[in-house]
Structures are given as structure tokens and as C-alpha cells.
Design a protein around this ligand. Structure first.
Ligand SMILES: Nc1ncnc2c1ncn2[C@@H]1O[C@H](COP(=O)(O)O)[C@@H](O)[C@H]1OP(=O)(O)O
Ligand SMILES: [Mg+2]
Length: 393
């Protein structure tokens, strides 16, 4: 990692432990304005820290909505908890970005125009958002403290309207990725990635329903047994060239982190592959045909959201297949930016079905790519070979 960071560094306040690869007690300081770190070094430590803290704070909101309103929802009103979680988390995260990096742009999944028409819903979201804070006052104030008003919440949501593109600093934000999993009571993720001049540099993902233990086996029911007190939930992050980590999600100061990496796959027939639960989002038939071609006999692990990227990055699975269902669907950058850097920093490769790297410079979508294939570097070519054979590319 980069060691040329000037002191003081206000950002890296975590529970004391020597395990974080980028934690240093010398970083402790007082004001976030005192060291514009991202101009002093290109190591993106400040961005990583703020992203982690912002995702952690937003995850407090999504967990509240999950346990109070969403889990197992089957009524016609299914959209409402998702809407509340989405808008609320987007407002909180954009506020944190604006506070710390006021010149950066955000490509967020949500926009507030419909919310401005629905005063009752807006008021309901504001009632929730105004009380969400990290229970460490210093960490919370680093993110800007509470939003000032319902109007400032709506303004924050609207600031997710960047068109994206090849130049500048652009955050890709999916406040609740995997909304179907969120409603089903399964996996969902709060995802934030920083793209600089078209290249992902930083990623942070909160997965409130994944087990903390990186070595815990996953299956398609992982997350279904969550309760408000079961204490699960993981915060993943990565910086280009500096590795990937996981740590437990907390409600205050960041917990100590551990490095994570993909596991070696000496025998591809023993690999575990992940895919989405929703058949409309990736072709489960084609995914299965690729697995069969590779000689994989294990059943797929179906998980909603970028929890798939997280799971393979920590070695709880090996391959993520997202083969297209609709030829003309363009994947959204917020569905992949954070996961892409996490897997690559954990020793993996993330490509489209042709084996090309995902191109985050094309605007709000991955217009130059089709589908996603992620695997440890050593086996990626073999997996892509099978994908091309199955899809007759
Ligand atoms: N036809 C499609 N192909 C691939 N992904 C899709 C498709 N339709 C929607 N999605 C996106 O898949 C993401 C969830 O992925 P997963 O199934 O892996 O959990 C959602 O963000 C969703 O976007 P949206 O929220 O706009 O519907
Ligand atoms: Mg999404």
C-alpha cells in the first residue's frame, strides 16, 4: 500500500485493532477539511473510508426497513418498503459524498421527481431518514450529521443524476441492490463505487444478510434466517492496487477489517458457481450449460444482488455467471462497479461474455458489454471458453 500519506489523516477512525491493512493510529485527527487527501495521494484511502462509513450508515436504515416493513412482504404494496429503503439510503449516501467530495458527481439509481409528487411517501421517508445516525458522533459528523430537512433530503436524492461518462470522479450508487431479495427476506446489498476517468478505483458494499464469517459456507437460503438481533452483516471494500477487505457491519465506528481473497480452484469441476435468483436477470439455463461444460457438478448458489460478487471475493464461492436473457439489456453501472473492484482486488477477473473488461466509461450503463463472468484469474479464460461455446460466440 501507499505509504506517502501526509499526517494528519482524520478519516481512518476504526475500532482499534492491528488487522486492517490500511489502519494506522497516526491517521487520527480532528477535521475532515484539514487534509484533502485525494489530492495528496492517489491511494483513495479517504474515499474508501467515507464510502465504508456511508454504506454502513445507510445499512442501518435498510435494516430497519427490512425488519419492520419488508421481510417476507407479499402484499400488493410490495413496492413501498423497497421505495422507502431505496430513497432513504440514496439520500444518506449522497449527503456523505457531498460533504466530503463536493465536486464529485453521483450516478444513483433513484431520482426524486416521483417522490416530490407523493407528499405522504416523502414525509414517511423523511420521518425515517431524520433519525438515522451512526452511534459514534464523530463518525456521524464526518458524514455530515443529520440531513437538515425533507427538502434537503429530496435535493440529495436528485444529485444522483449524473450522466456518467469517461472523465472525472463519478460515484455509482445502488442504495438497495437486489430489491427482490430485500422483499423475499434474502440477500440485498448497499453498493457504492468510485469511478475516476472511467476506471473503478474504490468500492464499498454492505450486505446486511451475509454471515460475518468469511469461511461460512453459503447456499441459496443464506440470509433467510436473519433476525433484527442476529448480528450478521458484512461491510466489504476495496481500493485499486490495495486489496479487498471484509469487516462486520456495525452501527457506529468501523469494525476492524480483514483482507479477503478468492480461493484457488485446482480442480474446476469442484468449483461453486453463483447466479441470480431472478430468471429474468440472467439465463439460468445457459449458466447451467456452462457449468456442465466445465464439468461442475455442484448445484448453483442463487443469491440476489452484488452479494454474489462479495461471496466469490471471500472464497465462499468461485464463479459468478450472469449470462444475458435479453439481447438488448444494458447492465447498469451501479449494479457492478463496487463488485467489479472487489473481485479484481481479491484476485479475480470480471469480464463480459466475450472476455472483455467491464467498461464503466460509457455513461449510466455498461453499453459496451453484455453479461458478466467473474472468476479467479487462473480459470477465467477457461470459463470464458465455455461461455463462448455455449452461447456460440
Ligand atoms: N433483463 C435484465 N438483465 C439483467 N439484469 C437486470 C435485468 N432487469 C433488471 N436487472 C437488474 O438486475 C439487478 C439485480 O440483479 P440480481 O438478479 O443479480 O439480484 C437489479 O438492479 C435490476 O435492475 P432494476 O433494479 O433496474 O430492475
Ligand atoms: Mg441493483
Amino acid at each position: 500500500m501507499t505509504t506517502t500519506v501526509p499526517s494528519p489523516r482524520p478519516y481512518l477512525r476504526v475500532l482499534p485493532a492491528p488487522v486492517s491493512p490500511y489502519y494506522s493510529p497516526s491517521f487520527a485527527s480532528t477535521s475532515p477539511q484539514s487534509a484533502p487527501l485525494h489530492t495528496a495521494t492517489m491511494s483513495y484511502q479517504q474515499e474508501r473510508f467515507i464510502a465504508e462509513l456511508a454504506v454502513q450508515r445507510a445499512s442501518i436504515l435498510t435494516q430497519k426497513v427490512f425488519f419492520e416493513k419488508a421481510k417476507g412482504t407479499v402484499s400488493k404494496d410490495d413496492k413501498s418498503p423497497v421505495t422507502i429503503g431505496d430513497f432513504g439510503a440514496q439520500a444518506l449516501i449522497i449527503q456523505a459524498i457531498r460533504k466530503n467530495f463536493p465536486n464529485d458527481e453521483v450516478v444513483g439509481e433513484e431520482e426524486a421527481s416521483s417522490l416530490r409528487q407523493d407528499k405522504d411517501l416523502s414525509a414517511e421517508i423523511w420521518r425515517l431518514v431524520k433519525d438515522i445516525k451512526l452511534d459514534d458522533a464523530e463518525s456521524d459528523s464526518l458524514l455530515g450529521g443529520p440531513l437538515a430537512s425533507e427538502e434537503s433530503m429530496l435535493d440529495a436524492i436528485d444529485q444522483g443524476n449524473s450522466p456518467g461518462g469517461p472523465k472525472g470522479r463519478i460515484w455509482a450508487l445502488d442504495p438497495v441492490d437486489g430489491t427482490k431479495g430485500f422483499l423475499r427476506g434474502g440477500q440485498y446489498a448497499v453498493c457504492l463505487g468510485l469511478i475516476v476517468d472511467g476506471d473503478v478505483k474504490v468500492g464499498a458494499i454492505g450486505t446486511p444478510n451475509l454471515p460475518i464469517d468469511d469461511t461460512a459456507p453459503i447456499d441459496s437460503n443464506t440470509g433467510a434466517q436473519q433476525s433484527a438481533t442476529s448480528g450478521n452483516g458484512v461491510l466489504f471494500s476495496a481500493v485499486l492496487g490495495e486489496g479487498a477487505t471484509s469487516r462486520p457491519l456495525t452501527s457506529g465506528v468501523l469494525a476492524p477489517s480483514k483482507p479477503i481473497s478468492m480461493r484457488p480452484v485446482p480442480d474446476i469441476t469442484q468449483a461453486v458457481f453463483c447466479e441470480g435468483v431472478e430468471a429474468a436477470h440472467s439465463s439460468q439455463g445457459d449458466n447451467a450449460a456452462v457449468a456442465q461444460r466445465l464439468g461442475i457438478t455442484n448445484a448453483s448458489v442463487r443469491l440476489d444482488s452484488q452479494a454474489k460478487y462479495c461471496s466469490i471475493a471471500r472464497g465462499a464461492g468461485d464463479i459468478y455467471l450472469r449470462l444475458p436473457v435479453k439481447k438488448d439489456y444494458q447492465e447498469k453501472i451501479w449494479d457492478h462497479a463496487a463488485g467489479d473492484i472487489l473481485v479484481r482486488e481479491a484476485g479475480g477477473q470480471v469480464t463480459d461474455i466475450y472476455g472483455a473488461r467491464l467498461d464503466f466509461s460509457k455513461g449510466r450503463t455498461l453499453a459496451a458489454n453484455k453479461g458478466v463472468v467473474a472468476a479467479p484469474k487462473a480459470i477465467q479464460d477457461e470459463v470464458i471458453g465455455a461461455v463462448k461455446a455455449v452461447l456460440k460466440l
